[in-house]
Design a protein around this ligand. Structure first.
Ligand code: PBG
Ligand code: ZN
Length: 326
């Protein structure tokens, strides 16, 4: 029994009708805002390829965090740009490391804002790899020991959630055990469970953290973008090891993965709408004159429709502003 009994357009006649049957919508509480912290004071420098996002010194990150909180965004994700890089990634787990300083300041001055830290070593090593490299190969278990040290130093500073980013085997288990052993039972883990080796991270490294792999690439640990079922195994392992929130990254080209993961696992699921995705939107708006506000809303709603519960995005402030105006 189809037409003329059924007319799909009946419920599309006006915005009030459409809003009654809308299945998914964006809420400011879905968002996590990434921030870049640098040494110094009084620094607020726009990142050219991530317009509207900044390198911020500790004093300025507090100011910016108040704005983020007042927009209703519940959480930030911190990345540090260290003063120096070395083979041991020593600033990554130093008490006075840049991220540790920022976490302490944020928990002191804007305590209600949830502080998430990215736990990886690539911003801190001189070769730009995510841990200890020997014979051109990222050493898994030796790097885990460093990751555990980073985790404890972030927890001591007061981080609420940690996001292990290296795609090392066993990183969730190692972090959970070390955090528990040191009394940090309530620090949650948001695992970068499925991180594809993607070109879409280029703006993040080139102008965000300014760390570069000096030789080789990250394909010995990040996932091959040709694979889908492998992603389900990665997720299952991370949940077993103790992940509280799982993540798929990047987001835009990977919504098939997001959908499959959400169908199979009933665990809070985050997507990372990465730097290259953000840069593409800005470029499309500038070069091809697409309506940026509408484009942003469509892309971000697509993430929710696919099954994401949380969205890490450089658009978080912009979208919070436009949701307020609705
Ligand atoms: C790892 C990390 C990366 C990003 C976030 N955390 C880079 C990588 O995994 O290679 C990329 C985020 C982006 O492109 O926006 N520290
Ligand atoms: Zn890394």
């Amino acid at each position: 029994m189809g037409f003329p009994v059924h007319r799909m357009r009946r419920l599309r006649r006006n915005e009030y009708l459409r809003s009654m049957v809308r299945e998914h919508s964006l809420n400011v509480k879905d968002f996590i805002y990434p921030m870049f912290v640098v040494h110094g004071s009084g620094v607020k420098r726009e990142i050219p390829s991530l317009k509207g996002n900044y390198h911020l010194s500790v004093d300025k990150i507090v100011e910016e965090a108040r704005i983020v909180r007042d927009l209703g965004i519940p959480a930030v994700l911190l990345f540090g740009i260290p003063a120096k890089r070395d083979v041991a990634a020593s600033e990554a787990y130093s008490t006075d490391g840049i991220v540790q300083q920022a976490v302490r300041a944020l928990k002191d001055k804007v305590p209600e804002l949830v502080v998430i830290t990215d736990v990886c070593l690539c911003e801190y090593t001189e070769h730009g790899h995510c841990g200890i490299v020997e014979n051109g190969y990222l050493q898994n278990d030796a790097s885990l020991e460093l990751i555990a040290k980073v985790a404890c130093s972030h927890a001591e500073a007061g981080a609420d959630i940690m996001a292990p980013a290296a795609m090392l085997d066993g990183q969730i288990k190692t972090m959970r055990e070390n955090l528990d052993k040191n009394g940090f039972l309530n620090v949650a883990l948001m695992a970068y469970s499925v991180k594809f080796a993607s070109r879409l991270y280029d703006p993040f490294f080139k102008e965000g953290t300014q760390s570069h792999v000096t030789s080789g690439d990250k394909r010995s640990h990040q996932m091959d973008y040709s694979n889908a079922t492998e992603a389900l195994r990665e997720i299952a392992l991370d949940i077993e090891e103790g992940a509280d929130i799982i993540m798929v990254k990047p987001a835009m080209f990977y919504l098939d993965i997001v959908y499959r993961v959400k169908e199979q696992f009933k665990v809070p699921l985050a997507v990372y709408n990465v730097s290259g995705e953000y840069a593409m939107v800005k470029a499309a708006a500038q070069v091809a004159k697409l309506d940026e506000t509408a484009l942003r809303h469509e892309i971000l709603t697509g993430f929710k429709r696919a099954g994401a519960n949380l969205i890490i995005s450089y658009h978080a402030k912009e979208i919070a502003q436009s949701l307020m105006q609705k």
